[in-house]
Design a protein around this ligand. Sequence first.
Ligand code: UN1
Length: 496
Amino acid sequence: MHRFEPCLNFIAGEWREPSTGQYGQNVNPANGEVLGLWARSGPGDLDLAVRAAREAQASWRLVPAPERAKVLRRVADLLRDRKEELARTLTMEMGKVIAEARGEVQEAIDMAEYMAGEGRRLFGQTTPSELPDKFAMSVRAPVGVVGIITPWNFPIAIASWKSLPAIVAGNAVVWKPAEETPLLARAFAQIYQEAGLPPGVLNVVFGDGPVVGEAMLDHPGIDVISFTGSTETGRHIASRAGANLKRVSLEMGGKNAITVLADADLDLAVDAILWSAYGTSGQRCTAASRVIVERAAEAELLARLVPRVEALRVGDGLDPSIDVGPVIHEEALNKIDGYVRIGVDEGARLVTGGRRLTEGPLARGFYYAPTVFAGVQPDMRIAQEEIFGPVLSVIAVDSFEEAIQVNNGVRYGLSASVFTRDVNRVFRAMRDLDTGIVYVNAGTTGAEIHLPFGGTKATGNGHRDSGQAALDVFTEWKTVYVDYSGRLQRAQIDNN
Ligand code: UN1
């Protein structure tokens, strides 16, 4: 007997055991306690889910969008009713502090409300035809079955960004959640079920990426893949799914920077750096892992920043006095520590942190001390590669132009921020920073759900999550011409 009610697959509206009979475990990164079990599915389970989705989509696409949206409104209500319970589970599953976990659940509520409104929009265009007695328009049509693959760092927000627009647009979904956060995935699927989503419109298949994710890429019954995760996995997905002619939307790594110019409000910049670099223990794709500072302000910035970093309280995020929770697992801890060693070897100056925290109860979890490197050169590996942990590199530059160059001199392009009071530089930065998201006098995190979310270069492949832009991932444009002239009319020929 299992100690826990295992997270079973949700297929055609039923909770089913995996055909493999195998289960994985997930643990609380704050203390190593086992939290639950999840179905370690095989390709056959995925196939069942895709079949259920295809069948359900055939009728779901015919339900009027405003009716589909009613389900989303109920999803929003249920998420709101359970916000506290979901937030606590979230903190236990992936470690972010409770205030941030509440914020993440709120992000899903916001998305459900926003996409419910889409049920009465899903706007297309109407336009005159060049010919008499002829009508021209474009409408958004669902693509079919959408495969979504989501990460552990935002287990419910990112799942909401992808599933809600897909469903309101008339698609069915097959979802493979991250192995680390099955409880949140099950809770979200239960909410969809209670909200009255017809069986098969949303299906969840738990499992390992190389098994279930891989099967999604090859399955002919999946039309679109929407993925958030590492650039390496995204590259693999793009090539595999590309060969199978699936539409692929990718949201991948970042190496985001906060630029602090000499005229900036330094206290405000320090507040933003703390929040963006150490929030979620640095495990956001939008986390700030570089600070680019004009040399004239470098010493003062460090003097104000470092004591604040050292004062951050690290521990179990369920305790509301804690600022920084654990990182996700041992492997992440080793990767972060490996990068710190690389930084030291490269000649960067370790100002604070740089070690695993094991005092008292911290020994049972995966904690890393908030870390600052100074004297970092833009081409060092710690300034180029995504670390996904609480490690910040401070890079000094001699001019605004050099700051932009350093910001843009990485392979990623998700989020960038600039602190200055000079309006001319603000507008130049807005134009020249080559990221998908730009913040002025705010940190690199905190995207709102009704605007496009995503990045350039190795961060993405041209698509966006969130906002109206998400609809472009989950719909096909269908162009419709209606000729009511009763005769053959030839475009480009009759009038020319
Ligand atoms: C992510 O890091 O994967 O802007 C998503 C933010 C959040 C979403 C981050 N609203 O930081």
